[in-house]
Design a protein around this ligand. Structure first.
Ligand code: TRP
Length: 409
């Protein structure tokens, strides 16, 4: 796909409302009228990114010598920009770093939030590269009805959930915008370098801002762009310029289209991207899981009982109304939320395929499928909570202290 645009002012890269009459995808809204969710092939065309295809997955396996992660194998990460460049450079000894982030809008993270971080953990392990994680407490106080203090507090609550995923402290730096930006002149300078390159007209086109948008929002895209410049982290990279790879959900792409437009103009290479699909809400794939809709959401802090109730009560079923019909007609995995969640979290390909067959044929009933999901997620969430409970303020402090990281390049 060659839809790449270098002139953000000439080709408005738009909020994606016009993507398709039935889909709305931008950093704040994800809605589709289709039961199977957003049409991702159309999104690739609209955004001008590239599909993650077999060839790229083969390259991954060749370069890393490892079987590729199930989130990539199953097309949950489905789109990319410049991933071939990252792999080619890596092969010839040129390193990169990882950058991802999280906007803290609730005390606890939910299952969908774990997805990009799980891929980051795998990438960090197989490539042995440093990772920076931006907590945009500034963004959330600007967009939501949350005070600065609350957003800042939630940032560190979320940091504990992130640490519990298992990131290596020697290779991971987590920062709150409120704390780090005032602490690091190079970060601020890079932010202004970026701000100098983007007009109000451009961010209007990209993000849909208008004359009544508060100026904090108008300036914010530069904040999210800045970690893609390695010199924003002098303690880690000591002024060196390294390319960056950003795993994120596809709704974050507008920020990084802007970043990729600006980077070459200020002497940096464009960041590469890996885009994921959305993690569907319990009620169905028409929208993504959202922390502000408790009933559509499984939080990492839910009790086993809450988890079980939410799945049994709210998870949209692709099964038939009666057992007789179900045995006769079979279930529809494409719309069944329990099955969709298994695709995200069940690593065993054969097991997943067996479940798909059995549910489609009607041999497996909805209640049985849901029970399978509950039995997978309960221990997973319990273990997460166990690890999280052990993250003391002392441990948190290690991750959020600007410092040298260990990597051999
Ligand atoms: N804007 C993102 C959110 O609301 C947070 C974020 C900041 C991010 N930098 C990022 C996400 C880089 C992915 C990659 O959650």
């Amino acid at each position: 796909m060659s839809g790449e645009t270098n002139h953000i002012d000439k080709v408005p890269i738009g909020t994606v409302q016009e993507n398709d009459e039935t889909d709305i995808v931008d950093p704040w809204t994800v809605v589709s009228k289709s039961e199977t969710g957003v049409d991702y092939d159309k999104l690739i065309k609209k955004f001008g990114s590239s599909k993650i295809d077999e060839e790229l997955l083969d390259r991954f396996e060749k370069v890393t010598g490892k079987k590729v992660h199930h989130l990539l194998r199953r097309g949950i990460f489905f789109s990319h920009r410049d991933m071939h460049t990252i792999l080619n450079n890596f092969e010839s000894g040129k390193q990169f770093y990882l950058y991802t982030g999280r906007g803290p809008s609730s005390t606890s993270m939910h299952l969908g939030h774990l997805i990009p971080f799980q891929l980051c953990k795998w990438l960090q392990d197989v490539f042995d590269v440093p990772l920076v994680i931006q907590l945009t407490d500034d963004e959330k106080t600007l967009w939501k009805d949350i005070s600065l203090e609350e957003a800042h507090k939630m940032a560190y609550e979320n940091a504990k959930d992130i640490i519990a995923i298992g990131f290596d402290v020697k290779k991971t730096f987590i920062f709150s915008d409120f704390d780090y930006i005032g602490q690091c002149p190079e970060f601020y300078r890079n932010m202004v370098r970026i701000q100098k390159c983007v007009t109000f007209n451009q961010v209007k086109g990209i993000f849909g801002f208008d004359d009544s948008t508060v100026i904090g929002k108008i300036a914010f895209p530069a904040v999210q762009a800045t970690p893609a410049l390695s010199t924003s982290f002098p303690e880690i990279f000591n002024g060196r310029k390294l390319q960056c790879l950003i795993p994120c959900a596809i709704d974050q792409d507008p920020y990084f289209r802007m970043t990729r437009d600006v980077c070459p103009r200020i002497g940096f290479s464009k960041p590469a991207l890996l885009h994921s699909k959305f993690f569907p809400a319990l009620q169905g794939a028409q929208t993504k899981m959202s922390a502000s809709e408790a009933n559509s959401t499984i939080f990492c802090s839910d009790t086993p009982k809450q988890l079980k109730n939410k799945i049994n009560k709210h998870a949209f079923s692709g099964g038939q109304a009666t057992v007789e019909d179900h045995r006769r007609i079979g279930g529809n995995c494409d719309v069944d939320i329990a099955f969709q969640y298994l695709r995200f979290f069940l690593e065993d390909d054969e097991r997943l395929e067996q479940i798909r067959k059995d549910y489609t044929s009607g041999e497996l009933l909805t209640g049985e499928l849901k029970k399978f999901l509950i039995d997978l997620l309960s221990p997973m969430i319990a273990e997460h909570q166990e690890r999280r409970s052990k993250i003391t303020d002392e441990i948190l402090k290690q991750y959020i202290t600007p410092r040298k990281l260990e990597f051999n390049f």
